[in-house]
Design a protein around this ligand. Structure first.
Ligand code: 5AD
Ligand code: SF4
Length: 450
């Protein structure tokens, strides 16, 4: 019997990947995608714990789901299994069951391979399940093969967890210790994704460049080597990886940027702050100058490399001078895009015990930083007007007849093109660059000549 599944995904790309794999796990049990929660026999909230705002969303969303379930029952449409997955589940599992006892199951990022058993239990009405262990059997070994219909640009988790313990961050607690998947398992999953139509793979890990998975000869393989191996996979056009830590930006990975044509010239390399004092308090274990030197090396290997970063403003103890150091660093590096956040104290992390910066100060700093970053992004995009870029066309655009794809530099590019060109790289003449995207025309509009 077919049942309907709705997954609401928050947070990072790893959660997007995990949600896809949960859907694949539940397929043999008869679950197919639902368009909305009110049409679903099961809803999974895949949650993020990184900042307070993200975490608090869970309880309001659960309240709405409870009401939806009641409406379904009242209308005679059957019940609804409500599940909470992801990093809030891991960090606050018991609290969720206490505040929302109507939830059927709560499980962490390392336990979702046990979903079929948990669903069976819920269907028997056997009471709520709390599953936040870090099981010894790695979940990847028990997950089914990837679905036969991949997105053109697909995620592939190669590494998970983190041992860095940045003083602001919950990830080491929610995702656990660092773990690298073996090379053979990654190559096999890449093969499945490419057979399913993927043309671009983004290798994922909370600390992806710390990758050190077991190679064919039993010895550890670096991310630089893994990239070189994957670049040979038949059908693969493009490779990316995220998220990296500056400390693990090894020479072998840097040189891959100059040597592997499939590796796209875009890198998300978070620096968080431009102040050495704050970097030390964050336990980042590098200085602002170390970061500058890494960027110099990367640009020496690949002169057109576009950079992205994450920034935290208002970290405990951040002075006006510390913040100016961040502004200076941003001015020097020049980012193609970036994410910036106000510091959010997270329970159990060392920084949460520090001296808090007042909210209006944080607001003002964030505002100034974002003006600078948005300006850099707009200038970066505007610089492409008149140039021809290879664009991997991924899906329908906002308007009919329009497709959207990505440039090598990760910009979204809108272009009028027939749907059958989805999944292929097209040469696009850029007409204009905007704040967050580019618009262009096909150099070869006729498909036969493409
Ligand atoms: N407060 C604000 N931002 C945070 N990040 C991680 N933890 C916090 C926090 N406690 C940001 C960092 C990280 C990104 C994923 O989220 O910039 O790189
Ligand atoms: Fe959020 Fe971090 Fe968990 Fe991703 S790993 S969902 S960013 S808390």
């Amino acid at each position: 019997m077919t049942k309907k599944l709705f997954i609401s995904t928050h947070g990072c790309q790893m959660n997007v990947y995990d949600s896809d794999r949960m859907a694949e796990l539940l397929r043999p049990l008869g679950y197919r995608p639902a368009a909305a929660p009110d049409d679903a026999d099961m809803v999974i909230l895949n949650t993020c714990h990184i900042r307070e705002k993200a975490s608090e969303k869970v309880f309001s969303e659960l309240g709405r789901l409870r009401a939806t379930r009641r409406e379904r029952e009242a209308a005679g449409n059957g019940g609804m299994i409500i599940a909470v997955a992801g990093c809030v589940a891991q960090a606050e599992g018991e609290e969720i069951l206490r505040r929302a006892p109507y939830v059927d199951m709560v499980f962490g990022p390392q336990a979702y391979h046990q979903l079929p058993e948990m669903v069976a239990r819920a269907s028997r009405g056997a009471g709520a399940t709390l599953n936040t262990d870090f099981p010894t059997e790695p979940k990847f070994d028990t997950l089914p093969a990837r679905a036969a219909d991949s997105a053109v640009s697909a995620f592939l988790t190669v590494q998970e967890g983190c041992d860095k313990f940045c003083s602001f961050c919950v990830v080491p607690y929610t995702r656990g210790a660092e773990y690298s998947r073996p090379v053979a398992a990654i190559l096999e999953e890449a093969r499945q994704l490419l057979a399913g139509g993927a043309r671009e793979l983004t290798l994922l890990g909370q600390n992806v460049n710390a990758y050190h998975g077991e190679g064919p000869d039993g010895r550890p393989v670096t991310l630089g080597r893994l990239i070189r191996l994957l670049a040979e996979a038949p059908g693969l056009e493009r490779l990316r990886y995220t998220t990296s830590h500056p400390l693990e930006m090894t020479d072998d990975l840097i040189s891959a940027h100059g040597e592997v044509p499939a590796l796209m010239p875009y890198l998300h390399l978070p620096v968080q702050s431009g102040s050495d004092r704050i970097l030390a308090a964050m336990n980042r274990r590098h200085s602002a100058d170390d970061y500058r030197r890494i960027v110099d090396k990367l640009r020496a290997a690949r002169s057109d490399l576009a950079l992205s970063s994450d920034f935290i403003v208002g970290f405990p103890g951040e002075t006006a001078a510390d913040f100016e150091d961040t502004m200076t660093l941003v001015g020097e590096i020049g980012y193609a895009q970036a994410y910036s956040f106000k510091y959010s104290p997270r329970p159990g992390t060392p920084a949460a015990a520090g001296e808090m910066i007042e909210e209006p100060v944080k607001d003002e700093r964030l505002q100034r930083l974002q003006v600078l970053l948005n300006g850099q992004q707009a200038d970066f995009n505007a610089g492409f007007a008149g140039r021809v870029l290879p664009v991997l066309l991924e899906r329908d655009g906002r308007q009919t007849g329009q497709l959207v794809g990505r440039s090598p530099y990760m910009q979204s590019v809108f272009v009028e093109a027939p749907r059958h060109r989805i999944g292929r790289v097209a040469e696009v003449r850029i007409e204009a660059g905007f704040g967050r995207s580019l618009k262009g025309v096909l150099v070869t509009p006729d498909a036969a000549a493409a």
